[in-house]
Write a protein that binds this ligand. Structure first.
Ligand code: BGP
Length: 473
């Protein structure tokens, strides 16, 4: 790429992203209640347990709860303009339906946001990132129950009021469309995935969509100037072949995800869902006022991007490619990560264009990165580090495509690389799968000093931010 072009706009929000449940630890400190994650030691690949068990790496995470000052300082050293994290709902309302919030939980995020602001870093806050209070899951079946809207509203009012002078950028539900595939992790739905009816699933989605629009409504009322976005798990679907049947299949699979952003941006259910609901015998119970609330549309669309997928109507093609909570037919043109996620930088340019053509809203890439096994080595100066050239290549190649999308005319607000510091992975709840610019000494068996070390990508990203993307190649 030519280096003399000012592709990334001035004020582009460079940064990194984490989620409370994957890094904070301190799962039962200072009045925090249990969340759905505290009994899911294997992420989405294993069963949930009766209570927290020692093998659940998230209970300690990377001890961010106690070490955030050290970590934020390192992010500041890289020049982060923004830091995306989530608020653990069960730190604020331990059971989700409590009458009063937990002051110590509120104080923690006050301190955390102050620390970010001290370095001129804008907090970008996910209100709900796969950490529904466990009591809401067990006692109400999560978002299947309409009562969750009220509890969520109460939670939003509490945090908006508390942080209105500190947080300008908010995201409602992390990867809201992932509830289609992971109802427990994403929607706190306690009913077994196999037993969950489509009727209940889509009713739960309706509740989340109403709650999300409600958050936009009250957020705008309580925090003039705040920018509130939805957050979508972004996986573009390519037809596996030019067979028109595959093209229609890809369109259908894309719509499964686009539906969520369509409602958030347009404020109404898209027409194609009428057909889907009819075909699947689903009747959404819309209460009076719901359609009015849905009209509170988002200020921007944020999304995660790790991979693309292929759609095929050929029954001999198996959905063999594993991936970010969604499995697709493997693309023969792409290579895969060590975890089988297909790497497709151009897909990011494609997705940015797709969203922008459809919505004409600013876009924010709030997750992207490479989960890999890293080897900690000692360099010639005696410093411990990781030579993660593979990560640098992955991120560079994706950012080049972001630059191209900006050239295409797409409005991109920012980019927060996922897992800017190593943390516990979401899907497999392990430590071996690392994303960070900062290595954390912790292992799958829970051993390790929790010490932090800068990887090679640390200085690389610092330079990308310093030059506003001109150092990309
Ligand atoms: C997304 C989640 C994140 C994150 C990321 C990487 O689905 O929003 O929480 O973890 O994927 O996935 P994993 O951690 O499973 O590698």
């Amino acid at each position: 790429m030519q280096s003399d072009l000012e592709r990334f706009p001035k004020g582009f929000l460079w940064g990194g992203a984490v989620a409370a449940n994957q890094c904070e630890g301190a799962y039962n400190e200072d009045g925090k209640g249990l969340s759905t994650q505290d009994i899911a030691p294997r992420g989405i690949v294993g069963a949930i347990t009766k209570g927290p068990t020692k093998d659940n790496l998230k209970l300690i995470g990377i001890d961010f709860y106690h070490r955030y000052k050290e970590d934020i300082k390192l992010f500041a050293e890289m020049g982060f303009k923004t830091f995306r994290t989530s608020i653990a709902w069960s730190r604020i309302f331990p059971n989700g339906d409590d009458a009063k919030p937990n002051e110590k939980g509120l104080q923690f995020y006050d301190d955390l946001f102050d620390e970010c602001l001290k370095y001129g870093m804008e907090p970008l806050v996910t209100i709900s990132h796969y950490e529904t209070p466990l009591a809401l899951s067990k006692n109400y079946d999560g978002w299947v129950n309409r009562k969750l809207i009220g509890f969520f509203e109460n939670y939003c009012r509490t945090i908006f009021d508390r942080y209105k002078h500190k947080v300008k950028y908010w995201l409602t539900f992390n990867e809201i469309n992932s509830v289609l595939h992971q109802p427990y992790m994403s929607g706190g739905i306690f009913t077994d995935k196999e037993k969950l009816t489509k009727q209940d699933l889509y009713q739960a989605i309706h509740h989340e969509l109403v709650a999300s629009s409600m958050a936009v409504k009250i957020g705008h009322e309580m925090m003039p100037g705040a920018k509130i976005g939805c957050m979508i798990l972004g996986v573009p679907n390519y037809p596996l072949t030019p067979n028109p049947n595959d093209v229609i299949e890809a369109m259908k699979q894309d719509r499964e995800n686009l539906y969520f952003a369509d409602v958030h941006v347009r404020g109404v259910y898209p027409k194609y869902m009428d057909r889907y609901f009819k075909d699947n015998n689903i009747k959404i119970n819309m209460q009076p006022g719901d359609s009015e609330i849905l009209k509170n549309t988002v200020d921007f669309v944020s999304f995660s991007y790790y991979m693309s997928s292929c759609a095929s109507t050929d029954p001999t093609k198996e959905k063999g490619a594993s991936g970010n909570l969604i499995a697709g037919v493997p693309n023969p043109y792409l290579e895969s990560s060590e975890w089988g996620w297909q790497i497709d930088p151009i897909g990011l340019r494609y997705l940015l264009n797709l969203y922008y053509d459809r919505y004409q809203k600013p876009l924010f890439i709030v997750e992207n990165g490479l989960g890999a096994v890293d080897e900690l080595i000692t360099d010639k100066n005696g410093n411990k580090t990781v030579n993660d050239d593979y990560r640098i290549k992955y991120l560079n190649d994706h950012l080049v495509q972001v630059a191209k999308a900006i050239d295409d005319g797409v409005e991109v607000m920012g980019y927060t690389s996922w897992g800017c510091i190593d943390l516990v992975s979401a899907s497999t709840a392990e430590f071996k799968k690392r994303y960070g610019f900062i290595y954390v000494d912790r292992n799958n068996d829970g051993t390790g000093s929790l010490k932090r070390y800068k990887k090679k990508s640390f200085n690389w990203y610092k330079e990308v931010i310093r030059t506003n993307g001109k150092s990309l190649v």
